[in-house]
Write a protein that binds this ligand. Structure first.
Ligand SMILES: Cc1cc2nc3c(=O)[nH]c(=O)nc-3n(C[C@H](O)[C@H](O)[C@H](O)COP(=O)(O)OP(=O)(O)OC[C@H]3O[C@@H](n4cnc5c(N)ncnc54)[C@H](O)[C@@H]3O)c2cc1C
Length: 374
């Protein structure tokens, strides 16, 4: 039998998406040795590669929830980080629009929610004022969030990795964690498969495996199985628009059950894309079914009537790691530390859907706090 390499480190982070990389950077900055284990051949190829790349303001989430708190704190940290580290981000602003009179009370309520979450500089504007900002927009009222922006998510991840590595962190690619167990001294040992199988023993463990987080937790002997939340896939499909974008700000309709409605976002090159919609599925399949375009045309024309037939092209899809079942109320991020599962030195992250990218630096602070690090 081939021998298996063994390693001992202070901290292991499972997953090199934006959350794992932000945590690894933060732990490395606190002076601990960190090993990042990533199943795929590159960083940021999971959920972090398939999203809207929006820096959210923090509008939608219940006040006091992790999503509200970490989005607002994370946004500020993220803009500052991007400036300091030359990661491209742009505060383009966003309009949330009501297109039917019966949506007005909900628009006001949403703005109150945003204010309660300490989102700054919001302004309620009339249809005329909205049209002055965005001449192609059709709505009956809107509010403007100037602090919302867009970011180069891959650039951010490269920067976080660079910062972590500069403080001594190491990254192992093609390193899927298969299972693990607790040692008598409280440390955890992970069995890592792949081309070069190894066993890693660590004092601290961060499970930031995204869509794989529940699987990792279940494969850890001694982790209470009843504390692993369910995992439901809510696919979000995007369609892109050829030519110049008709809008210079992000345009969001009123939110729907499991997503924010088919909205318009811009990439950093100024191209417009629409989405994501919500398609509950039980497969990790990223193909975009062109037939879903019909519903996009209808949803978009509610706020942009000039959309031409045939203008939309299927683009890409991402999958939200929902911990609630279809049709049930949205749940908060789960950042489960020892106070939840009783295992010292371990934090498991579940349900890190939107606004996870925006919140990533604040999530990393929260994780290190739960690990008892400074
Ligand atoms: C459609 C969509 C739109 C979104 N839009 C936004 C937005 O505009 N703004 C925003 O703030 N947020 C947005 N989000 C949320 C944001 O993208 C996520 O919160 C964030 O990317 C999650 O990052 P992660 O590191 O947890 O997961 P991932 O990026 O998936 O990283 C997890 C990593 O773990 C690895 N892994 C899995 N299992 C194992 C294993 N056993 N061993 C080793 N490695 C493993 C995976 O390969 C992967 O690389 C959106 C999400 C979706 C789905």
């Amino acid at each position: 039998m081939a021998s298996v390499d063994r390693a001992e480190v202070d901290s292991v982070v499972i997953g090199a998406g934006v959350i794992g990389l932000a945590c690894a950077r933060r732990i490395a900055h606190s002076g601990r040795e960190v090993l990042i284990l990533e199943a795929e051949g590159d960083i940021g190829s999971g959920i972090s590669a398939r999203n809207s790349e929006v820096i959210h303001a923090g509008i939608y989430y219940p006040t006091g929830s992790l999503k509200a708190r970490l989005c607002v704190a994370g946004r500020e940290k993220l803009y500052a980080y991007c400036t300091e580290h030359n990661v491209t981000a742009r505060k383009v602003g966003k309009l949330v629009v009501a297109t039917r009179s019966e949506q007005i009370p909900a628009l006001h309520k949403l703005m109150e929610q945003a204010r309660a979450n300490q989102v700054e500089d919001l302004a309620l504007i009339s249809a005329d004022e909205a049209r002055k900002l965005e001449p192609e927009l059709s709505c009956i009222a809107a509010f403007h969030s100037p602090v919302t922006g867009i970011i180069d998510a891959h650039g951010l991840m490269l920067s976080l990795l660079g910062e972590a590595e500069a403080r001594g962190a190491a990254l192992a690619l093609h390193a899927p964690v298969e299972r693990g167990w607790m040692e008598d001294d409280g440390r955890v040992t992970l069995a890592v498969a792949g081309a070069e199988p190894m066993q890693v023993t660590a004092r601290r463990l961060v499970n930031a495996a995204g869509l794989g987080a529940q699987g990792v937790a279940r494969a850890l002997q001694g982790y209470p199985a009843d504390l692993v939340p369910p995992l439901h896939y809510a696919k979000g499909n995007y369609f892109s628009l050829g030519g110049r974008s008709p809008f210079s700000r992000l345009i969001y309709p009123m939110p729907e059950a499991a997503g924010l409605g088919v909205h318009l976002t811009l990439d950093l090159a100024g191209q417009a894309r629409f989405g994501p919609d919500v398609e509950w599925t039980d497969r990790l399949d990223y193909d975009v079914d062109a037939r879903r375009g019909d519903a996009f045309y209808a949803a978009i024309r509610a706020y942009w009537p000039a959309l031409r037939d045939g203008a939309l092209q299927p683009a890409y899809a991402g999958i939200r790691p929902k911990i609630q079942a279809p049709g049930t109320a949205a749940l908060d991020f789960r950042i489960d530390g020892p106070e939840v599962h009783g295992l010292p030195g371990q934090v498991h992250l579940y349900g890190i859907e939107s606004p996870g990218l925006t919140s990533s630096l604040a999530i990393a602070d929260e994780v290190t706090a739960r690990l008892g690090l400074d």
